[in-house]
Design a protein around this ligand. Structure first.
Ligand code: ADP
Ligand code: MG
Length: 400
């Protein structure tokens, strides 16, 4: 079912109207400082469209995982950042619902923005409590969900409020970012241009099994690296020393390999060390030469060339999860090589999509941030979407 988007709302319906926008302002913070503003930047097109249309924008979002009201998780700092990024009037109100929030909304001028306080200060948020959803729906007749990163959760500020707004005869629509995420990720599942090469890595098979199963019928090949590959190599009966292996997923990996045939491509060599630490003495060895006591920290040179060659021909690429412990220089090259191959594929005109916080960070480490067609703002949401799950935040929107 195609969902209504902000673009479907006539401009004349925006002027002078309060619109409630669920943004994803859940930025990473360290010691009270915002360390990465990507999520704020990504939602700006939606906010600019509303401002230029003369709407009165009311933003709600969660930030972190506070157990209740907690100044350390206030959205005030994020609203300051928003003011610098968007220009114009951006106000902050230290509450979310009720008469005071209502009067803050009522006193908005056309084209201005109001940021309300963290939705997770209310216990009803994660429980999708009808009272909270109803109180949020009291704030506006049009609800815009732009929080793709939270679309896989059925919370009061994502699904509850959308249901409530629709029930009262209003509209719940996708913001420009959420709309783009769904379109790009959806195009990977619907007749992708071939060859379609997926690259999966990272620490765990668990949580990504459904994605592997859903992607396998779609892709021409699935390259597996990172600790995830260890579990597959273990399923082939190889010695892995002290490497990270999910013992309880080996049987599953075996089944997947049996069903996938040669579409799953595993590393042929690896970078090992006695300890995964900065400055570790490393050896690059074939995958069948791992000694007891060795730990695999990255894919080796032959694997980099193998993966790079397959990515060279790709017309569609999806990448999630680093090829090694890329946080440390000694185990970084596999991930950097994949990041560069993805950037080169983009230059050649391939549709390239990267999902996952660590994978996005790896693009920066490799110096190719901005050189992929689409970096998803929702790691978990992107994976669930690709695995075929109906995202509750999307399902709750009005049909077009
Ligand atoms: P993303 O955030 O992109 O979805 P994940 O969170 O699944 O990626 O995985 C990232 C983590 O996987 C990184 O912290 C990285 O150090 C770790 N990792 C990758 N390969 C290995 C390995 N061989 N051994 C241990 N950890 C690994
Ligand atoms: Mg991660």
């Amino acid at each position: 079912m195609i969902k209504a988007s902000l673009r479907d709302i006539p401009r004349t319906d925006l002027v002078g109207r309060p619109l409630l926008v669920r943004a994803d302002l859940n930025v990473p913070m360290e010691a009270g400082r915002i360390t990465d503003d990507t999520r704020v930047r990504e939602t700006l097109p939606t906010l600019r469209l509303l401002r230029d249309g003369g709407a009165r924008t009311v933003i709600i979002s969660h930030l972190g995982r506070p157990k209740g009201p907690d100044p350390a998780f206030s959205l005030r700092g994020v609203s300051d950042l928003l003011r610098e990024s968007i220009g114009g009037t951006v106000r902050f109100h230290p509450g979310l619902v009720g008469p005071e929030a209502r009067s803050a909304v009522d006193s908005l001028e056309d084209g201005s923005v109001l940021v309300l306080e963290n939705t997770r200060f209310h216990a009803g948020e994660t429980k999708n409590a009808p009272e909270l959803a109803g109180a949020l729906a009291d704030l506006a007749e049009i609800f815009v969900n732009d929080a793709f990163g939270a679309a896989h959760r059925a919370h009061a500020s994502t699904t509850g409020v959308a249901d409530e707004v629709r029930m009262r005869g209003g509209k719940a629509v996708a913001g420009l970012l959420l709309d783009r995420e769904i379109k790009v990720l959806g195009s990977l599942l619907r007749e992708p241009e071939r060859p379609f090469v997926a690259v999966l890595g990272g620490a765990k098979v668990a949580g990504k099994v459904e994605v592997i199963r859903a992607l396998l019928p779609q892709v021409d090949c699935l390259l597996v690296g990172g600790a995830m590959a260890n579990t597959f190599l273990c399923a082939l009966g190889l010695e892995l020393g002290e490497s990270l292996v999910e013992e309880d997923k080996v049987e599953l990996a075996h089944e997947i390999l049996r069903d996938a045939g040669d579409r799953i491509v595993l590393p042929v060599d690896c970078v090992v060390a006695k300890h995964i630490e900065d400055g570790a003495a490393v050896r690059v060895i074939p995958r069948d030469s791992v000694q007891p006591g060795d730990r695999i920290g990255d894919i080796g040179r032959a694997s980099r060339e193998l993966f790079g060659g397959l990515l060279d021909d790709a017309r569609t690429v999806f990448w999630n999860g680093p090829m090694g412990v890329f946080e440390m220089a000694a185990f970084r090259e596999g991930t950097v090589a994949v990041a560069r191959s993805v950037a080169i594929a983009t230059d050649r005109g391939a549709l390239t999509v990267v999902g996952g916080g660590d994978s996005a960070a790896a693009l920066s480490v490799a110096g190719v941030a901005g050189k992929v067609a689409h970096v998803s703002t929702g790691g978990g949401a992107a994976l669930e979407f690709l695995a075929g799950a109906q995202l509750p935040g999307v399902a709750a929107l009005s049909d077009r």
